[in-house]
Design a binder for this molecule. Structure first.
Ligand SMILES: Nc1ncnc2c1ncn2[C@@H]1O[C@H](COP(=O)(O)OP(=O)(O)OP(=O)(O)O)[C@@H](O)[C@H]1O
Length: 239
């Protein structure tokens, strides 16, 4: 369970997250949506202790991330598909993570198989395509068999087969009782894989509801566009 309560993060004059409160319950895929610059990545970084809140709290299973006894076993995180050292092979990257957390080598082989990286496991991460990097990021998130997963844009760059695979994976993880929070700009995909969605704009909560409630006979995309109409900061124009 992820609980975000009155969370605020300011960078100088920019308020990236503004009094945000929501819960991502276990056994559920919670989609995290909002326009570019809405504060999604900042919120995720705050949840996993990569940033300190200006005020408010973010907890996983009732504790701030920094107080979790075995973070990799509690929370699997993929915030940046390019986080592996480019000179290290996928296998070495995962083995390094596993060794520092007391995870057996057999688990590294397991997550490589789960993410379909067997044929490239001994290639350097720097040679990976965006989609292969995403798969490696997801492999790292799964390594500790965590009860909570936080995935920032996990389907970004994946081919249709990969998108289908992530959809099945997150549904399975939630069905096992885990908490899954994932951000995406792909409304059609979220409508298929999320149970609930939290929509934010300019750092503030715009909606926290089930996909069915938001769709209300229409599409999730229509509901999203209506909700965020006043919160879009970067809009393209005609040429
Ligand atoms: N380290 C930082 N220093 C200053 N401003 C920051 C920093 N990180 C984020 N911001 C600002 O905070 C706001 C929210 O950014 P964030 O990356 O959280 O948005 P996002 O919803 O993840 O956007 P996107 O959909 O484009 O990935 C933006 O205005 C951004 O410029």
């Amino acid at each position: 369970m992820i609980e975000v309560t009155a969370l605020t993060k300011r960078y100088g004059r920019t308020t990236a997250v503004d009094g945000l409160t929501f819960t991502a319950p276990p056994g559920t895929v919670t989609g995290f949506l909002g326009p570019n610059g809405a504060g999604k990545s900042t919120t995720m970084r705050l949840i996993v202790g990569l940033e300190r809140p200006t005020s408010g709290t973010a907890t996983v299973d009732g504790r701030p991330y920094a107080e979790l006894a075995a973070p990799l076993h509690d929370v699997g995180v993929m915030l940046d598909a390019r986080s592996a050292h480019p000179g290290r092979t996928a296998f070495r990257h995962l083995l390094g993570l596993a060794r520092t957390h007391g995870i057996p080598r057999s688990r590294v082989d397991e997550v490589i198989a789960t993410t379909g990286l067997e044929t490239v496991a001994h290639r350097r991460a720097g040679t990976f395509s965006l989609g292969m990097g995403q798969r490696l990021g997801i492999a790292g998130a799964l390594l500790g068999d965590p009860g909570t997963l936080i995935l920032d844009e996990p389907v970004n760059g994946l081919d249709p087969d990969g998108v289908l695979w992530v959809r099945g994976l997150v549904r399975e993880l939630a069905a096992e009782g885990r908490t899954v929070l994932l951000s995406s700009h792909l409304m059609h995909e979220l409508a298929l894989c999320a149970d609930r969605v939290v929509v934010i704009g300019r750092g503030r909560l715009l909606a926290d509801a089930t996909v069915a409630e938001l769709e209300d006979g229409g599409s999730l995309e229509d509901a999203y566009l209506q909700l965020t109409a006043g919160a879009v900061q970067y809009r393209g124009g005609a040429r």
